[in-house]
Design a protein around this ligand. Structure first.
Ligand code: ADE
Length: 252
């Protein structure tokens, strides 16, 4: 997968050199390019923002450097993918975007090329998104109902969530199957986990986990998932497919 990120703070993306994502880049599974938006400014002060039309607080990112940056990214990506018609799926982190979910992470993990436009200040002039939408898919995406100072932290989260789903990035591909929000758990939160020692500071791990009885362990985990989801995220319970509920689930 190729990923391009455009930001006025390219250093903000340096954690993408670390850990499993860093390894995925080193091994070529992930071809990630971070670009400085200011390289596409033309004035002496490398200006990227201006006052909002219609007034109001804050500044808005000007369309010219964004248009030039996105055109250059498209050109570079087409060259590297050797597909003259390829276009990236442009993701624009914004508190006004659609909520980023695990389902969206799975969809994005199937794409060949993603590009991120990191807004700062009050956001990017809307015409940049309108023009980009004539070239390819554009999705404004939100990490949650709170406001960050810019899109960079959202990109770190989204790239990690997507890249770990790419085949070969995680050591054990099973890890992504039974985690919170994964399709296999029916979108529920995952059950609590324990490791050795079986008793630590007088606290015992649940006996069933030491029983070696796989069906009982699975039933226990399912019950814990339902209880935890009901307690912490009751909104997710409505997503559970009623046809998939077992008699044991009903008893929880
Ligand atoms: N930029 C600012 N706030 C954001 C949020 N909540 N999600 C994604 N990008 C953002």
């Amino acid at each position: 997968m190729r990923i391009d990120v455009v930001s006025i703070f390219p250093e903000y993306l340096s954690p993408l050199d670390l850990s499993l994502i860093g390894k995925a880049r080193a091994s070529g599974l992930l071809d990630l390019h971070v670009h400085d938006l200011r390289s596409w400014t033309t004035d002496r002060h490398r200006t990227v923002d201006d006052a909002p039309l219609g007034g109001g607080a804050g500044m808005v990112m000007r369309p010219e450097p964004w248009a030039a940056a996105l055109a250059a990214v498209r050109k570079a990506g087409r060259g590297s993918l050797e597909e003259p018609e390829a276009v990236p799926h442009l993701l624009v982190p914004s508190p006004a975007g659609a909520p980023f979910t695990q389902a969206m992470a799975h969809e994005l993990a199937d794409e060949a090329w993603l590009a991120f436009a990191c807004g700062r200040y009050e956001g990017i002039d809307e015409r940049v998104l309108d023009a980009a939408a004539e070239q390819g898919p554009v999705t404004p995406v939100s990490l949650g109902d709170y406001v960050l100072n810019g899109g960079e932290v959202a990109v770190l989260a989204i790239v990690e969530a997507v890249a770990r789903l790419l085949p070969g990035v995680l050591g054990n591909p099973e890890s992504v199957v039974e985690e919170s929000h994964a399709p296999a758990t029916g979108g529920l939160l995952e059950a609590p986990v324990y490791t050795r020692p079986a008793t630590w500071e007088g606290r015992s791990a649940p006996d069933v986990l030491l029983s070696g009885h796989h069906a009982k362990v699975a039933a226990w985990r399912r019950e814990q998932s339902l209880r935890r989801t009901a307690a912490r995220r009751p909104d997710l319970l409505s997503r559970v497919d009623a046809a998939q509920l077992t008699r044991a689930d009903m008893a929880v």
